[in-house]
Design a protein around this ligand. Sequence first.
Ligand code: CS2
Length: 495
Amino acid sequence: MNTTIQLNQKNLHNLPDSFVVPKYDRSQLKAGIVHIGVGGFHRSHEACYNDDFLTLSQSTEWGICGMGLREADRKIGDILKQQDYLYTLIVKHPDGRQENRVIGSIVDFVLASDDPAAATDRLADAQTKIVSLTITEGGYHFNPATNAFDFDHPDVQHDLVNPHAPKMIFGFLTEALRKRRAKGLPAFTIQSCDNIQHNGDMTRKMLLAFAEKQDPTLAQWISSSVSFPNAMVDRITPMTTLQDITLLEEAGVQDLWPVTCEPFTQWIIEDHFSDGRPDWESVGAQFVGDVTPYELMKIRLLNAGHSVLGLLGSVHGHATIDGCIADPLFASYVRRFMDVEVTPILAPVDEINLDEYKSTLIERFGNPNIKDNLARICLESSSKLPKFIVPTIMENLEKGGSIKFAALVIAAWCYYSDKGVSKNGVALDIVDDMKAELHSYASKTEQDSLAFLKLDSVFGDLVQSKTFTDEYVAMVRTLYTNRDIAAQMDVLLGE
Ligand code: CS2
């Protein structure tokens, strides 16, 4: 009979040989980093770099304390705690090889909603030198229509008048920094790991907008003391499935929430930190003076490429990114979008050959063992597309470049938001904070072909561009008539 061993510190050295385990003394590790938003991506990326760093350096300063701000984060906190914060990172290679790697760099977890004051104490502790974030693209309270911080959210309103019991990210950071300043401690670095261009600058702008309103003197201190390095982050990390858990059980280990990812990983960071940092460059991260060309390349090609496949693929009836890439029409389409609409607006990146970068992306997307679900890709499209695709369209409109490949994606998104089914009538699993609003705008398309574009908090003033709307209206009408997105893709590729 197969016996499975529970993953925890006590059992760490009794795991099957096929599991790679941390080779550093976790009992000595202090958490120099607090990470807010312990999702799959943090666990496959920063926590993994840090695990490598701890192995190499045997440092005791740079463990990670995970932090969740919402009730929904309770589950990951509980599971991690039960496993002494250990989990398996399953790295899936395209040829079927699988590495099972136990990551040990997380050493604690705090659910901030349980006790906000304890959470801000933790952030304000002298030991905390970096606060890193994966709070999703939508978590920054940025409104593209006004280009400013969105004060309308009820949690923001709450935090403005309840500084000591915050609920949202900028309330927590402001209160923690207030405590640090009062204690005479140096500010921590705030390190965004979200897919937003100039993610550090965006975090700074949003935090200062909030702090300025709540406590202008503190805002000044934050402005002069806190570093917000911009960074480009990359590793495709699909959602964990039951099958992943079962696979580990079959290999002899019970892990209640492993993470799977591809072998590729990249982290390019601007090197300014308020209070020190781990030598992540010793384990493959790259420090540069200006991350702009790298992040632009990654967000506009990889993330946008994902959204292109995600929305067109969902309407067509594909289920996963590799399923799309296995369909030559989709593979050609995404490559053409990258070549014709994105490449011309990218600045050259020193040591990167863009052609190779794009070919590698298509290979990565095609990894048949990753099975990245389109539902994950399309999750929160309302905060992704304004960062991944709309700016590309806007720049092409200014420069007279092609916009048709992207326009069809917006048309598909309209149909997707309106009908909520693929062309075969299969219901789509749409998760978006703006789902109701997206639906309400999209559902007026049959009376007004431009209705969807009028959602200005997503599209800005795109609807004002006649060049764009001429293409878009024709596409939307055809799609609503024949429901055949593949035929439209084919036509565009043939033009
Ligand atoms: C994806 C990203 O969420 C998305 O739409 O494009 O999660 C992507 O997989 C990562 O950024 C890869 O680094």
